[in-house]
Design a protein. Structure first.
Length: 228
């Protein structure tokens, strides 16, 4: 997929770097030459520009990318103006970062596809939501290999574990399965949490809300997810 990220501060920098590392084409834009220089070798293209200037913003390929992300946080006015200009230019998919409840309320009035709240999602978590439409936890081993934990999609519920054939078909190694269990705290109050199933018979079926933990190349996991 292709992304434009406007605002390359700490938050936008992480988004740009992570999306690029996952094989996506990322175009960055920021008013700071220093921020652009720190990323220009890691993403497809980076521009030094004032995105609040309508003419400058028009230089970006807004209609040929999948998502435009406004990652500006600190400058409330700049964030709102850029979003307004993007809506004026009829950009279809806009994600925007909100830094507080007031900022979020104003952004909600634009009817954006997604408002990114750093307090709710770390930047790397946002990448997974954009990539898969689900909350997926990842731990990068190196540039290619990851440990990935995800809730079993509805299409997998009811399958036997040995029917998944993750290794044979997608080159993913299933490391663990976590399943909801009901426990009691020291006060005798019941609560649920996911615990690792240490002895999992191959003829056990995947249940709703089960979590799978896999190891493999990120691009193989992408292929697995697309095949669902």
């Amino acid at each position: 997929m292709k992304y434009i990220i406007i605002g390359l501060g700490n938050y936008g920098h992480v988004l740009a770097e992570e999306l690029s590392a996952m094989g996506h084409e990322v175009i960055g834009a920021d008013i700071s030459a220093g921020r652009v220089d720190s990323l220009k070798e890691k993403i497809a293209t980076a521009f030094v520009m004032d995105a609040t200037d309508e003419q400058a913003l028009s230089a970006l390929p807004l209609k040929t990318v999948d998502v435009v992300i406004v990652a500006i946080g600190e400058n409330f006015g700049a964030s709102i103006r850029v979003v307004a200009l993007l809506k004026q230019k009829k950009v279809k998919r806009i994600f925007a970062r909100a830094i507080d409840s007031v900022h979020r309320s104003v952004l909600e009035a634009f009817g954006l596809e997604r408002i990114l709240t750093p307090e709710e999602y770390a930047a790397r978590g946002v990448v997974q939501v954009m990539e898969f439409g689900a909350n997926i936890e990842t731990f990068r081993i190196d540039s290619e290999y990851y440990v990935i934990k995800f809730t079993a999609p509805a299409k997998l519920v009811g399958y036997y574990v040995n029917e998944l054939r993750l290794d044979a078909e997608f080159k993913l190694k299933l490391l663990a399965l976590k399943r909801k269990e009901t426990l009691k705290n020291s006060l005798g109050i019941s609560f649920t949490e996911h615990g690792v199933v240490n002895e999992l018979p191959e003829d056990d079926r995947i249940q709703e809300d089960d979590q799978l933990v896999c190891y493999g190349r990120y691009r193989d996991f992408q292929q697995f997810w697309k095949a669902l």
